[in-house]
Design a protein around this ligand. Structure first.
Ligand SMILES: *Cc1c(COP(=O)(O)O)cnc(C)c1O
Length: 421
C-alpha cells in the first residue's frame, strides 16, 4: 500500500518561486501587472518560439488569469459574436467550449480520430461544408484540443482552415511543450491557449496565457484583458472589456516554474515510457502513445484503454450507489448527483479499476466525457463518428506528475494486474 496517495498530477515547486514573490512584495508590485508578469511573458516567448533544428518563431504571449480567459479573448479577437458558430473538438474539458456560449455563439462539436484522439480532419471538413450549406455562413473559428497533451493532426487541420480561411485557436492547455514536427503547440494557429492551473504541466496556482501572432494582436488582447480603456484622463469605454490580467504574484510562481518546465516534461515522458514497458504484456490494457515520430506529446496525463472483455474484480457491483463529490471535483462545489448512472458512462470494468486503484491510494480518472454527450449541450450541432464516445467508455487516466516515481509506476502497474480477474 502506498503510504501517500499518488495523485494524477500535483504541482511541484522549483524553490525559486518564493524569491520572485518576495521580490514582488519588496518592490510593492502586488498588482495585476509588473516585472514578474513581463518576465514570465518573456520566458514563455522564448519557450514557445524555440523550434528544434529550425529558425525561431516570433510569437507574442499575454499572461492572463486563466486558460478559460485565454479561450474567451481569442474568440473575441476572431470576431465571434452572438449567433455565430465555432467548430470545437467534442472530446475535451468544458473550458474549450463554454466561452463560446459566454459570447452568445453556438459551439459545433467535431468528433475525434483514433490516432491522436483529437479533432478528426475529415469530419472537420464535412462540418464546415455542412454548416455553410445549412446556415449560409462560415463558422468563425476552429478549436482543436491537445487532449492529455497529445498533438492534433495540425498539418491537415491547417490545410483545411487555410482553404476555408477560418482562423484556428489551438487549445494547448494540456499540451504545454508538446510538439508537432519539432514545433511547440499553440504556435501553429492564429492563437494558442495555455493553462497554468494547479494540476497542469506547470502552475501559477491559477492562470493562463494566450500565444498571439504579433505585437499588435497581443496589444489588442491585453486591452480586452484590462477592461478595454480609451486614452482619456477619465474612464472612457467604447467596447466591453474583461478583468483577465495575471497578477504579478502568480507570475512570480510562473517564473519559478519555468526554471523546471523542461525537467517536468521529460519526467512525464519518462513515466509514460515506463508504463508502456511494464504494461506491454498485460493483455486487455493498451497505452495511448505518439502515433509517429512527428508527434511529441508531453504526456501531461498517461492514458490507457481497457478491452471491454477484460474482467476486473468487483465490476458486477460498480455504479451501485450515488457518488458524493465529483471525480476531479476537489475545487469548488459540485451539485449532488440525482442518480448513480447516466446514459453515457465508462464501462463497468473501467469504473471497477478506478475503484480498485482508489482503494490502493492511487488517483485514476475516466477520460473526459465528450461535450456532445453532455446534457448542457444537447441542442448544439455535432458531427460524430463514435470515436470519442467509444474512448470515453474504455479509457482511464493514470498518474503522471512530477511526484510519481519509478517505484510508484511499478506499484500502479502491480495494482492494475492485481485488479484483473
Ligand atoms: C484546463 C483546461 C482549460 C482551461 O484552463 P484554466 O486555466 O483551468 O481556465 C482549457 N482547455 C482545456 C482542454 C483544459 O484542460
Amino acid at each position: 500500500m502506498a503510504t501517500e496517495r499518488i495523485l494524477l498530477c500535483l504541482a511541484h515547486m522549483s524553490g525559486r518561486e518564493i524569491d520572485y514573490i518576495n521580490e514582488a512584495f519588496e518592490t510593492n508590485w502586488v498588482v495585476p501587472l509588473g516585472p514578474n508578469v513581463n518576465g514570465f511573458e518573456k520566458d514563455l516567448e522564448v519557450f514557445v518560439n524555440n523550434r528544434h533544428d529550425e529558425e525561431q518563431l516570433h510569437k507574442k504571449v499575454v499572461a492572463l488569469s486563466a486558460g478559460t480567459a485565454a479561450v474567451h479573448l481569442a474568440l473575441i479577437a476572431c470576431g465571434v459574436k452572438p449567433g455565430d458558430e465555432v467548430l470545437v473538438q467534442s472530446f475535451t474539458f468544458c473550458a474549450s467550449s463554454h466561452p463560446i456560449t459566454y459570447l452568445g455563439a453556438t459551439p459545433v462539436f467535431v468528433d475525434s480520430e483514433r490516432e491522436t484522439w483529437n479533432m478528426d480532419p475529415d469530419l472537420l471538413k464535412e462540418a464546415i461544408k455542412d454548416r455553410i450549406a445549412k446556415t449560409g455562413r462560415k463558422p468563425k473559428a476552429i478549436v482543436p484540443v491537445a487532449l492529455y497533451g497529445m498533438p492534433y493532426q495540425i498539418d491537415r487541420i491547417l490545410e483545411i482552415a487555410n482553404r476555408y480561411e477560418i482562423p484556428i485557436i489551438e487549445d494547448a492547455a494540456e499540451g504545454f511543450g508538446s510538439r508537432f514536427d519539432g514545433q511547440v503547440l499553440g504556435t501553429f494557429g492564429e492563437y494558442g491557449v495555455l493553462s497554468f492551473n494547479g494540476n497542469k504541466m506547470i502552475t501559477t496556482s491559477g492562470g493562463g496565457a494566450l500565444i498571439c501572432p504579433d505585437a499588435d494582436k497581443a496589444r489588442e488582447i491585453l486591452w480586452y484583458a484590462t477592461q478595454a480603456r480609451e486614452s482619456y484622463p477619465y474612464y472612457q469605454h467604447e467596447a466591453i472589456g474583461y478583468n483577465y490580467r495575471m497578477s504579478n504574484i502568480c507570475a512570480g510562481i510562473g517564473r519559478g516554474q519555468m526554471t523546471v518546465a523542461d525537467e517536468h516534461i521529460e519526467h512525464h515522458k519518462h513515466v509514460q515510457e515506463l508504463y508502456c514497458e511494464l504494461l506491454k504484456d498485460v493483455r486487455g490494457v493498451t497505452m495511448h502513445c505518439n502515433p509517429s515520430d512527428r508527434y511529441d506529446s508531453n504526456f501531461w496525463l498517461c492514458t490507457a484503454t481497457l478491452d471491454p472483455e477484460l474482467r476486473i474484480k468487483g465490476q458486477e457491483k460498480v455504479y451501485g450507489k450515488v457518488i458524493e463529490g465529483a471525480v476531479g471535483g476537489a475545487a469548488g462545489v459540485t451539485h449532488a448527483a440525482s442518480s448513480a448512472v447516466t446514459d453515457c458512462q465508462p464501462n463497468d470494468n473501467v469504473e471497477a479499476l478506478r475503484v480498485a486503484l482508489d482503494a490502493a491510494n492511487i488517483e485514476a480518472r475516466p477520460l473526459w466525457k465528450p461535450m456532445h454527450k453532455q446534457p448542457v449541450y444537447r441542442n448544439a450541432p455535432a458531427y460524430v463518428n463514435g470515436v470519442s464516445e467509444g474512448l470515453f467508455k474504455v479509457g482511464i487516466c493514470l498518474p503522471a506528475g512530477p511526484y510519481v516515481t519509478d517505484d510508484d509506476v511499478r506499484y500502479i502497474v502491480d495494482s492494475i494486474k492485481a485488479a484483473i480477474v
